[in-house]
Design a protein around this ligand. Structure first.
Ligand SMILES: *[C@@H]1O[C@H](CO)[C@@H](O)[C@H](O)[C@H]1NC(C)=O
Ligand SMILES: *[C@@H]1O[C@H](CO)[C@@H](O)[C@H](O)[C@H]1NC(C)=O
Ligand SMILES: *[C@@H]1O[C@H](CO)[C@@H](O)[C@H](O)[C@H]1NC(C)=O
Length: 837
């Protein structure tokens, strides 16, 4: 029964630069099936017939679309691919009396968009009974009517078509009449009542007969009408229409009550016999609801608005009947013409919103279907996007359009679009409609955080509190939500050997850097930290910035006096020759300050002096000079209380005392002798004397000579004493580090001064050579021989240094010729008396 035609699908693939894929596939399939199938009945398996993959139907959003937005009579089962009946399909209602009844629908698949046309041929089923216009046909006949006279009877109407329509008439068996069945030119079957035996009004005045109309279906269906015959005396002419066919054409927008036309029939008879009434003899239900016929005048009017899109043609039969029941009929053919009365309709078939901002150019955003129910030019639709948005419509199959992007999207610039699509047809005047669709753009993590500054530098005072904030870095990320949420962290690195995290920490949310410890400018002046800013997207994007932290100096170190020893217990006493002239250099106070800049800018002041006005100190040089010539009246012992101040705010200071002796000969001062006898060497010497005396008297004389020689030697050195300054190495502060840069006193000056002034040494000092051994192993410490030479002019004693690393016993000035003799004793003594440490 099912006649399937399957036309092979033709696939055309077009490719152009901006259209990712333009696809059009046509596959037509057609089914024939009877009307009035139950809802849900299977018409056929479209998927199989079109060779589609049943499993992908639902994914591709398979659906049935009807043309022109009409009722959808069938549906597709996406699970099986079967086309099923969705609505009652009444062939008579859909196609009225058209010979073939065809429905069109489309199977739409997306991704890629494919359209299959499905043609449904609805077969007629004999579901309508033949029926007559009236229940009773009244005929009045003159008894004079001759045998064989024919009377046309109302045609029975059967909504079915072909063989299912009326095929035959049967008349109830009777004496007088038989029926004669005829075919109309337009396929209808009508009958005439034929008088078979003359009537006799006196015998039978009335007759009631039943006429049965039978159709040709299996099983056949029938309808009956009662014919009531009244026997009269006279006979008449039947009415005659002026035209056998009336044709009229109407625009679909004709207003109600428009007169379509007036049919007219004439009857040759006079008077009451010529009175004609008009009636529809054969008319579809739909036409009956649209047209009205004035029974008297034959005027046909419109009583319901026409719609070309629903019915474009009507065929109606009209009969005229005179008062004797003589009839004739005519055909009225009404064709409806199209008017551009339907604006295009834009239907959003699918839309991918939000669309990711990294969508490629030409990516399909949505599918749009445009429909215009009008025909021909009135239904030709053009569709476009009006605004300047990066979208355009690409015509796809038939009246489908793809909305594609024409440029790159950037959510950070435009996060949503209102796209107005305008469709207009080609009618005159054209009708148009528009639809706005809202499209939002979804975020993609395409922006790394960006720091507000190229680099940061922070200045922190030393001695800051641990936990205090150092500076704040800020990075912006314009992405959405977590894609734009910035988290800060420190890039692991080392700052002078320690991990950077032991210096600063960062608040991941606020970007505030905190000091983890208190900084010490004297140890660390600056360091760099690399801060990372990362967003929370996946994958995350990050950037980094370097933060230089400069530690500022605070005046937290008081000046340190290197010479003279600040403790004051030192016997450091300067000799001033009595003959010293005004302005001659007596001594020099040497001080350093671990701070830098102003904080290390030292100034020297005299606080107290035994003889005010005798000595002055250079405010910046620290040099103590005589202010006037020394006179005999000046006291021999002079004490100066000096203070050294730095320039910090507040300034720090230390004081020291310098003892000066105005003398040319140390021997003049017995009390000073005691002062100078000190240290282990003298003690050792004492022990040695005792030891030697007690061990052997044999060498007693030797020892006495040795002591005598030594005494002479010391005298000699005292005579050589010229007041130059000696500074032992032990006065250098431990770990004293040179301050780079901004010191006002050149550090090398400090050290060098110390070294050179010690060149004319006295005999008892433990003087160590000017070498790295005596200085802290600080790499920043710098010393140059050039500086040493610079200072030669300062005290005139920068030449051959006698700095020999001589220790203990050997310090004694013993003539070398005697050494072999006393050496064994020295060894014994060294074993007996542990070296003083
Ligand atoms: C789109 O239209 C909506 C509502 O009409 C409006 O709130 C929104 O601001 C519009 N957006 C743009 C980008 O014009
Ligand atoms: C962040 O970006 C990713 C892609 O990079 C995207 O999948 C995700 O939806 C975005 N998150 C938000 C909140 O927009
Ligand atoms: C810091 O950023 C630069 C480029 O901006 C990159 O080459 C480098 O690898 C980054 N450093 C770290 C530690 O992430």
């Amino acid at each position: 029964m099912e006649d399937k035609r399957y036309s092979a699908a033709a696939l055309t693939l077009g490719f152009c630069l901006f259209v990712v894929a333009a696809r059009s596939a046509f596959g037509d399939v057609s089914y024939s099936f009877p009307e009035e199938m139950k809802r849900g009945s299977v018409i056929g398996n479209v998927a199989k017939d079109l060779g589609l993959d049943v499993n992908r139907l639902s994914a591709r959003k398979a659906r049935i679309d009807t043309e022109g937005n009409r009722k959808r009579y069938c549906d597709i089962n996406v699970n099986t691919g079967e086309l099923t009946v969705a609505e009652r399909i009444d062939r008579e209602e859909i196609c009225s009396d058209a010979v073939s009844c065809v429905l069109h629908c489309e199977l739409v698949l997306e991704g890629p968009l494919v359209l299959h046309r499905i043609t449904l041929n609805i077969d007629d089923v004999n579901d309508n009974f033949p029926s007559f216009q009236r229940d009773v046909i009244k005929i009045e006949l003159s008894e004079s009517v001759v045998k064989g006279t024919r009377f046309r009877l109302d045609e029975a109407h059967d909504a079915d078509i072909g063989i299912n329509t009326v095929q035959n008439y049967h008349l109830q068996r009777n004496e007088y009449f038989i029926v004669s069945v005829h075919s109309n030119t337009d396929g209808g079957v009508y009958c005439e009542l034929v008088l078979d035996k003359e009537l006799d009004r006196e015998q039978q005045q009335e007759l009631t007969l039943t006429l049965t109309a039978v159709d040709g279906g299996t099983p056949p269906r029938s309808g009956t009408v009662v014919i009531h015959v009244t026997v009269l005396d006279a006979n008449d002419n039947a009415p005659v229409f002026s035209q056998s066919v009336y044709k009229v054409s109407l625009p679909e927008n004709s207003p109600l009550n428009t007169v379509v036309l007036t049919v007219s029939a004439t009857d040759a008879d006079e008077g009451a016999n010529g009175e004609i009434t008009y009636d529809f003899s054969r008319i579809s239900d739909k036409a009956r609801s649209i047209f009205s016929l004035d029974h008297k005048t034959g005027r046909v009017k419109i009583i319901k608005s026409l719609d070309y899109e629903e019915d474009s043609k009507f065929e109606i039969r009209i009969q005229a009947m005179d008062s004797f029941g003589l009839k004739s009929d005519t055909k009225l053919s009404v064709s409806v013409t199209d008017v551009n009365d339907n604006a295009p309709v834009i239907i959003m078939k699918s839309i991918h919103s939000p669309i990711p901002e990294d969508a490629l150019i030409g990516a399909e955003v949505g599918i749009i279907n445009v429909q215009d129910r009008d025909s021909e030019k009135n239904g030709q639709v053009h569709c476009s996007v009006q605004q300047s948005v990066p979208f355009k419509l690409v015509p796809s199959i038939k009246n489908y359009y793809s909305l594609v992007t024409t440029g790159e999207l950037d959510r950070e610039l435009v996060s949503d679009y209102n796209i107005t699509i305008t469709a207009s047809d080609e009618g005159s005047p054209p009708l148009s409609s528009s639809k706005t669709l809202h499209l939002s753009v979804a975020d993609v993590n395409d922006n790394p955080p960006v720091f507000e500054e190229q680099s940061y530098s922070a200045h922190v005072k030393e001695n800051n509190k641990a936990g205090s904030s150092v500076c704040r870095v800020a990075a912006r990320d314009p992405d959405w939500r977590q894609n734009g949420t910035v988290v800060y962290s420190l890039s692991p690195s080392d700052v002078s050997g320690a991990p950077v995290s032991s210096f600063v920490s960062i608040n991941g949310d606020t970007g505030v850097l905190h000091a983890v410890r208190s900084f010490d400018y004297e140890q660390l002046k600056s360091f760099k930290v690399l801060v990372l800013a990362r967003d929370n997207g996946s994958p995350p994007l990050s950037s980094n910035v370097s933060v230089s932290v400069w530690i500022g100096d605070e005046n937290d170190n008081s000046p340190q006096i290197l010479y003279p020893s600040p403790e004051g217990h030192s016997f450091m006493t300067e000799m001033v020759p009595k003959a010293a002239q005004s302005g001659s250099l007596v001594s020099k106070v040497i001080a350093v300050d671990a701070d830098s800049g102003q904080n290390a800018w030292l100034s020297y002041h005299m606080v107290k002096a035994t003889e005010p006005g005798l000595f002055t100190i250079g405010e910046h040089s620290g040099e103590i000079r005589t202010q006037r010539d020394i006179s005999e009246s000046d006291h021999m012992k002079q004490n100066l209380v000096l203070s050294v101040r730095d320039n910090g705010q507040p300034s720090l200071s230390v004081t020291c005392t310098v003892y000066l002796l105005i003398s040319d000969n140390l021997a003049e001062l017995p009390e000073l002798k005691d002062m100078s006898y000190e240290e282990s060497s003298s003690k050792l010497t004492f022990y040695l004397i005792i030891a030697l005396v007690s061990v052997s008297t044999f060498f007693l004389t030797f020892i006495i000579i040795v002591l005598a020689v030594r005494f002479c030697h010391r005298r000699k050195s005292r005579l050589l004493f010229d007041g130059a300054v000696a500074i032992p190495s032990a006065y250098l502060p431990p770990n004293y580090a040179e301050v780079e840069g901004a010191g006002t006193l050149r550090s090398s000056y400090n050290y060098d001064a110390y070294l050179t002034t010690g060149s004319r040494t006295s005999d008892f000092k433990f003087i160590t050579s000017y070498s790295d051994r005596t200085l802290p192993a600080d790499p920043t410490l710098k010393k140059t021989h050039a500086s040493v030479e610079d200072l030669e002019g300062f005290d005139g004693a920068g030449n051959d240094s006698q700095f020999a690393g001589v220790h203990g016993f050997t310090t004694l000035f013993i003539p070398p010729c005697l050494l072999p003799l006393i050496y064994p004793f020295i060894q014994i003594i060294n074993e007996v008396i542990p070296e003083k440490e």
